[in-house]
Design a protein around this ligand. Sequence first.
Ligand code: FES
Length: 103
Amino acid sequence: MTSYRVPAERDPARPGADRPLTVVVDGEPVTGTAGQTIAGVLLGAGRREWRTTTGGAPRGVYCGIGVCFDCLVEVNGLRDVRACLRRAQDGDVVTRQGPEATA
Ligand code: FES
């Protein structure tokens, strides 16, 4: 196997880097790029937690692969969406979830 450098414009891991999007998170616009998950947009904006457990502990991304459910968030009125799996769409409205959603 040979390592090589891929120019950003040809990097398949950045398919939407040239297409910005905006989601509204708790009423605040947050920008990302097409292809990012909701969690990716939130982390890119410096947010590390967006859910609270019944015990009041903050939660965000833990596994990042859809297994732990720590990243649950409300998207466009739909609760319990795993932010690490849901691809962000321009105009999405994201709301943090409290303990009532995890019971
Ligand atoms: S971070 Fe584990 S399911 Fe999303």
